[in-house]
Design a protein around this ligand. Structure first.
Ligand code: NAP
Length: 248
């Protein structure tokens, strides 16, 4: 049975919404201490108000795209404030639909900052021996089916997620057996991200491809939390597709 202790500290990014919110609440319910990171304090507090053990939910307001190179130092500062970490679920992200004709450098850069560079540099901090607990340290990075497939107008997003999936495998090879590193790649999940006007159209066009219906944040959170737990101690360097049975 999956459970955690309050002495086990996990960073969850994107904790104010969607998949990150569901992951934070589930980890907390199963007994872990969570450092919940996002920019929006109000939404972080709403997430905290839903927690079973609010005393084990610690909120940190941070824009992860500011000073990306120093994110390992940020992880170190969190370690000094709280404790050594047992792992991280990196769930922050943005999406983008921009046809190549009008795609500019800034748009690609914005997507890569939060969907690729920040997770890599947060992972750098979480693989530093001085910041982590001694055994069963696990990192789960939320990628996307977009990193495996291809969609019109999604050059930047598909590129960033494909890069993340493969870089995570590289990192897992570098840090085995000290740290396990895996990615999860969901298809469409019902979150504020997929409510965005320019994304809704995509999803409505492929609703018939979801044998189990459209996903809920908890469908992804369950897999993330399993991979973070000691029950998954034999698993690293993998990418798990969560796709309602069939879309790719
Ligand atoms: N929903 C889907 O269908 C789907 C499918 C495949 C993959 N994914 C991936 O799953 C992850 C979570 O997506 P979601 O659907 O849960 O999206 P969401 O509900 O929009 O949540 C995104 C989270 O990222 C945080 N975030 C965005 N920019 C940030 C920044 N600069 N600094 C710090 N935090 C930032 C947001 O918090 P603040 O705004 O408070 O900062 C929010 O908590 C993303 O990586 C997404 O690409 C989603």
């Amino acid at each position: 049975m999956i459970n955690f202790s309050k002495e086990q500290f996990y960073i969850v990014t994107g904790a104010s919404s969607g998949i990150g919110e569901a992951t934070s609440i589930l980890l907390n319910e199963l007994g872990a201490s969570v450092i919940a990171i996002a920019r929006n304090l109000e939404r972080l507090n709403i997430m905290k108000s839903k927690c079973k053990y609010p005393e084990n939910m610690h909120i940190e307001v941070k824009d992860l795209t500011q000073d990306i190179e120093n994110l390992p130092k940020y992880v170190k500062s969190l370690k000094e404030k709280y404790s050594k970490f047992s792992g991280m679920a990196y769930c922050a992200g943005i999406t983008d639909v921009t046809p190549l004709k009008i795609l500019d450098y800034k748009t690609i850069e914005d997507v890569f900052k939060i969907d690729y560079y920040a997770p890599v540099f947060m992972t750098k901090g979480l693989t530093d021996k001085r910041n982590i607990a001694e055994d069963n340290v696990s990192i789960v990075l939320v990628a996307s089916f977009a990193g495996l497939g291809a969609s019109r107008g999604m050059t930047a997003y598909c590129g960033a997620k494909a890069a993340l999936i493969n870089s995570a495998k590289c990192i897992s090879k570098e840090f085995v057996p000290l740290v396990r590193v895996n990615t999860v790649s969901p298809t469409d999940i019902d979150t504020p991200m997929t409510q965005e006007e320019n994304i809704k159209g995509f999803i409505n066009a492929r609703l018939d491809k979801y044998p189990f219906g459209i996903g809920e944040p908890i469908d992804v959170a369950n897999m993330i939390v399993y991979l973070l737990s000691k029950e998954a101690k034999y698993i690293s360097g993998q990418n798990y597709v969560i796709d309602s049975g069939n879309i790719l």
